[in-house]
Design a protein around this ligand. Sequence first.
Ligand code: F0G
Length: 457
Amino acid sequence: MELPFAESYKIKMIEPIYRSTREQRVKWIDEAHYNLFNLRSEQVYIDLLTDSGTGAMSHKQWAALMEGDESYAGSSSYYNLKNTVKSIFGFDYFLPTHQGRAAENVLFSILVKEGDIVPGNSHFDTTKGHIEFRNAHTEDCTVDEAFDTDSYFPFKGNVDPEKLEHVLSKNKGKVKIMIVTLTCNSSGGQPVSMENLKEVRKVADKYGISVLFDSARFAENAWFIKKNEKSYNNKTIKEIVREMYSYADGMTMSAKKDGIVNIGGFIATNNQKWFEEASTFSIMYEGFLTYGGMAGRDMNALAIGLDEVTDSAYLETRISQVEYLGNKLIENGIPIQKPIGGHAVFVDAKKFLPHVPKEEFVAQTLANILYIEAGVRGVEVGTLLADRDPQTKENRYPKLELLRLAIPRRVYTNNHMDVVAAGLKNIYEQRDEIRTGLIIHKEAPIMRHFTVELYKA
Ligand code: F0G
């Protein structure tokens, strides 16, 4: 008999979580104005709001905290992290920042100017926000397959080279950089193939533009390359990552995901000029060059996290858990983004709740019902997140209306995943009775999903 697969770690420390009653949850979600961001964490049983900053550190990472060097300048922790970044990504210049969006803010301060166009594969919302804040624009060049949740195309994060060339040839002089997000969060944690990274590099070179990788989930991306691109099956994750980054001019990193730390980020590049120019903004916004908003202990933990996340046994455990949940949902007939992505399972809310009108925030409605049913907190990636059109003030209805169930790293077991799947199954069986959603009571002009207040339609 073939031996079954099991986690590549065992548990040394635990944190209790509590089940609540349906009556309690009905009351709490009402008090939270049907916005799951307003719930207190104790009111949540299984928290799949995000995989960002929610991972569990290893014993080595905890030990490294004690050896953190908190010197203002030139700490050994800074050099530990700088050396790790060099060995994993191959970049000589490195600036720590307090998280991913801070890296975007510092780097875009030198690279993005008013009127610029920044193409990419479905930019993450903070990335887009930092670009639009500078009166520049994004162009989404993701492959069409990404928007068909039933397509099993293995690299739905890919940039469509034709769409990219079209943007570049129409906007000569306006495009200086492009961004490839690895994996592509907005399209469902979907990876970008190595072949595509090479192609993108070619097109970028043809038009003389630079390529940045938004690297929050770079290791998960490398895992899919290893699994699904034949010539990489026998390469190590570290070898694959080195090759991926040989096609980039620089990177921004939210270390809260594939750094497996609770806070942190950085910029890395081989472009000395970028480094020198960005350094000024780093000092203004983040902190001195050798800490940039991070404590020495956190830089130590991140250096180890980057090493651990680029290990095949870890990634097999990680991706298998996401697959485990995704496959359970598929078995129950629940419509999800396929193939199953790297950090989350994305439920297709429009297909799940076909009777709820799009004006009543279908994915947010599903997120609320799942919370009431099972105490599970997911997050809407749909109309609320898409905000209103800045000109017309009308709601923007994105192609996909998704409920994201993001799985924190090394935190939950598959028993927790069974609870999530059972909760969704129960709701799916009653879907025909669910015909109304939610209405906005109060909202902010941008990034409204964080603070919006809703009531039941
Ligand atoms: N890029 C990507 C692809 C992200 O997913 C995120 C954050 C960021 C950049 C910004 O990084 O949070 O460290 O400032 N994503 C989180 C999420 C918030 O839930 O997906 P940050």
